[in-house]
Design a protein around this ligand. Structure first.
Ligand code: 2AM
Ligand code: CA
Length: 268
């Protein structure tokens, strides 16, 4: 089936950003090893990739709004369409040359996420979805895994960092419970790609605390269009950002029940 025009523009934007990111990897090696130099460099790559994305979209849709990690909110003439953009999800990985990061672009229409594009420039994998139309990676239809619970399940996660370190002790309880009940945890380091991989059935479920809207906007649509479920840590309706659990339906439910005793009071 033909892709929606908004998805085609999203793909063009994501590939351009992917090129900026991939080309700049060569420069990463020649950088001074001073932490500041490296961080500034990554900021430059983030900004450059984001500018490519926004320029590409604005040229075609001058009235649309944006919510982007680097430049924040820019309202369009009409607020009907908002593009939610993470130009480089997995910045810490990128900085180290650890090859797990992506470009994430979602289209929100009247408050609902309707289209998603996630591009992995290292593997050159392109994940896309439109609401009610299913999800695919390149030309292949995506389905979440058939896992029926926790036994033997592979679970993706992200560890708390910075502001979220206040939840580290609660998280350690979750870590232990999941480690004891499943085939194991993986912490790849790019929440957007982690969600795409749930949609692809490469992990059976995923959870993380304290994310931002641009980390999860595109990935959530991929998961639901691939037949999976998305919710908060307590199984409530997911609002963009914050705490998220995603997975194949049965493993999602089992994971919520397993995590319940460890959810911090303020997140209940
Ligand atoms: P980012 O690379 O776009 O910042 C990893 O747990 C996930 O959390 C990534 O999606 C990452 O997105 C996000 N994140 C945000 N701030 C972070 C930080 N200071 N350290 C590590 N990951 C961060
Ligand atoms: Ca991010």
């Amino acid at each position: 089936m033909a892709l929606h025009p908004l998805v085609n523009i999203g793909i063009r934007a994501a590939r351009r950003a992917g090129n900026v990111i991939f080309r700049s990897l060569n420069r990463l090696e020649s950088l001074e090893v001073s932490a500041k130099g490296r961080n500034d460099f990554v900021t430059d790559v983030d900004r450059g990739a984001e500018a490519e994305i926004i320029d590409t979209i604005r040229r075609v849709y001058p009235d649309h709004g944006f919510l982007a990690e680097e430049s924040g909110v820019s309202a369009g003439k009409s607020d009907e369409f908002v593009w939610i953009i993470d130009p480089l999800d997995g910045t810490t990985n990128y900085l180290h040359g650890f090859p797990q990061f992506c470009v994430s672009i979602a289209v929100q229409h009247r408050g609902r996420i309707e289209h998603a594009v996630i591009y992995d420039p290292m593997r050159q994998e392109l994940f896309t979805a439109s609401i009610g139309q299913g999800a695919q990676v390149d030309d292949k239809k995506l389905r979440v895994s058939k896992s029926k619970g926790l036994e033997g399940a592979l679970i993706g996660t992200g560890f708390p960092y910075r502001a979220n370190l206040k939840w580290l002790d609660s998280y350690m309880g979750m870590f232990k419970a999941v480690t004891l009940a499943t085939a194991g945890l993986r912490r790849p380091g790019s929440a957007a790609l982690d969600l795409a991989w749930v949609a692809a059935g490469r992990t059976d479920a995923f959870f993380e605390l304290g994310l931002s809207p641009w980390d999860t906007a595109a990935g959530t649509l991929l998961v639901t269009e691939a037949g999976g479920r998305i919710g908060t840590l307590t199984g409530g309706d997911y609002q963009l950002g914050g705490e998220i659990v995603a997975g194949s339906p049965k493993t999602y439910e089992a994971l919520i029940a397993l995590l319940a005793p460890h959810v911090p009071e303020e997140l209940r």
